[in-house]
Design a protein. Sequence first.
Length: 387
Amino acid sequence: MAGAGKHIGLDAHLLSLRQDYRAAGVSRYIDRLLRHLPDVEPTHRYTAFLGFPCAGLPPRVRPWVSAWPTQRPAARILWEQLAGPLAARRAGLDLWHSLVNVLPLALAGPAVVTIQDLSFVVYPERFRTGNRLYNRLFVRLSAQRARHVIVTSASTQRDLVQHYRLPEAKISVTHLAADEDFRPLEDRAAVAEFRRVKGLPDRLILYVGTIEPRKNLPRLIEAYGQLCRGEGIPHHLVIGGGKGWMYDQVYARVQELGLQDRVHFPGFIPQEELVWWYNAAEIMAYPSLYEGFGLPPLEAMACGTPAVVSRISSLPEIVGDAALQVDPYDVGELAEALHRLAGEAALRADQRAAGLARAAQFSWPRTAQQTVAIYHRLFDDERSGHV
């Protein structure tokens, strides 16, 4: 096969085992690529540049653990820009792939970068100053330096064309996927026991994700408060996720509306528990203002839980017609969609079936296959001189 037998370096420093927001979608993407890429093209070799030893990597993925404390952002940034090019040279790579946003700009050889999203460009006010400035500078330079750019949605591809003036042909979309573990749990007694152990009622509206500004949680809380005042619905609201940044207003809104007894914050939910939370919920709510992809609604649908999502950014592309879509700035519209799903069993059943079918269209092996196909195109171009 064209491009076979190559040595590819994967910058996996943002792979996280921490029980906080860093172990969310970006870390999942890194982990699943590390585990699925070697199955696609058996002759390729991979070196994963990591900040800590990682057990269970496939045999053709060689770990290269940095001696630098790259769990700290400043150390990771310095490693990327100073040690990364040296490591690539020492490893004898044919291609470098940065899996999250930023390349070592002094790399000597060809490189690919996956840009997860441009939220720091589209919503700069929702980021801390240092994080925003770093991303605005280095992501743009990385996109220009890369031989090819991978994104996880056509929405992000459009953002790159609009904001960075990248040619569309330089960008490829490889969607993410829900893991096979996300499925409907047939033992409903066990699900009921899970709710009992967690101190939750039978009927839940669930959000899963980092608690940070672009997730639009104050409006979700306001919409839920409207339902509690107007309809008296029995559902409780669960906001599951680690604290990210600028999250104080989320907790303050619950206090202001007097919803302390009906809104639950279980904190970061470990991967192995997520399937239970999705199955325990009657509705998934995800009114985010911006997503590069947005895994939680897809995971919920894979578990048979109907979802309400924003009709902006990448979310319509991901859920299709299998979820109710709302204007995330319209609290009344969000409340109405939640009310419909809460009150109409037939609608929930229709959305459950549609969600299961939609989620089945995405898979991690397909993501890996598409990624390797991009590598092969670059190797073919290099061999033919079309670079």
